[in-house]
Design a protein around this ligand. Sequence first.
Ligand code: ATP
Ligand code: MG
Length: 391
Amino acid sequence: MKEVVLAKYGEMALKGLNKRTFEDMLTKNIKRRIKPLGSFICTTAQSTMYITPNDENADLSDVVDRVGKIFGIATLCRACVCEKDFGDIAEKSVEYLADTLNNARTFKVNAKRADKTFPMKSPEICMELGGILLEKFPHLTVDVKNPQVTVTVEIRDTNAYVHGENLKGAGGLPVGSSGKAMLLLSGGIDSPVAGWMMAKRGVHIEAIHYVSPPYTSDRAQLKVEQLCDKLTDYCGGIAFHCVPFTEIQEAIKDNCPEEFFTIIMRRLMMEIAQRIAAKDNCLALITGESVGQVASQTMAAIACTDAVCRIPVFRPLVGMDKTEIIEIARKIDTFETSTLPYEDCCTVFTPRHPKVRPQLSDVEKAQNSFDFEPLIQKAVKNTEMKTFNFN
Ligand code: ATP
Ligand code: MG
């Protein structure tokens, strides 16, 4: 039996004239991701991506697994390809769904007739096929309200398709369709989730990470690289920028009042991030901040940080609780890595009593007591870049 994967668009289906651009991007993302699994043909019609293996014996479970993580797809399923002939549809339904139906007690048939020239109308397809399945699987009963299995028959352009349950896709928009942004990626729980959330909105992510050796270790950096690697399943390729931050942190410690250490450090992180963002055509910064989580994330502190930003800063976790963030981190498999116990540069020289409601003028005065510009330029110049790709 010939099997395909049908992947149905999410909100992309609602796009007007530029839908084609989104489709091309989605096709490219899917092709790139399943290439290592064999040879496939990807075609689009009626807001659905058809993924057809060239090898009829190809295992499609890996394909479903990978495509299920690609943004732009609302639902997906493996389906059996049939002739547009009721006899063939019935025969293949019985064979293709035998295991599923043997393990269920209730079912219903759902028919979608995109091709209006097909001689049977949808209710007729449901009735006839329902009757045949009841005959072949006598333990089943029909339950139209809450069936354990919904057998779907789709009559489309060139073929008919039969499938069982639809799986939930990743939703969102194809990565790349919204342009690029720079994610400030720490080794913590929050920032990988923030990156995933913006990738879901079609944003192609680059990552920037600040290290302060010897206060932070190689292992801490490796952990962040591992997070980057994990994110590629969803985000595609990620350019990772590693910024040497030790001199700047030492300069803050030696020249600024202790209560402003963290806020000044965050302003300098933003400054460096937006300079590297500009070089790489990133249109915004992304952080994992959430209002009130720590002293540097009060509204007053965020205002002081934002005052140095010349491009938008996206904080997709801003209104989320830690428990909600952790739920996503587990789902996207970054939680375990994020909770490995290595230090971050944010925990170096932390003030004993940080200002919870800093005034911008005080922060500016504190920061202006030292000329950070040469150190900023040096950090940007010595930033190292490497690229992460899936597989
Ligand atoms: P996370 O769990 O993402 O580390 P957090 O709650 O620990 O967040 P902070 O340490 O205050 O919060 O950092 C806030 C945000 O600043 C992070 O979400 C991240 O976007 C950015 N950030 C913090 N440390 C670094 C770093 N070493 N490199 C790059 N970005 C960082
Ligand atoms: Mg952190």
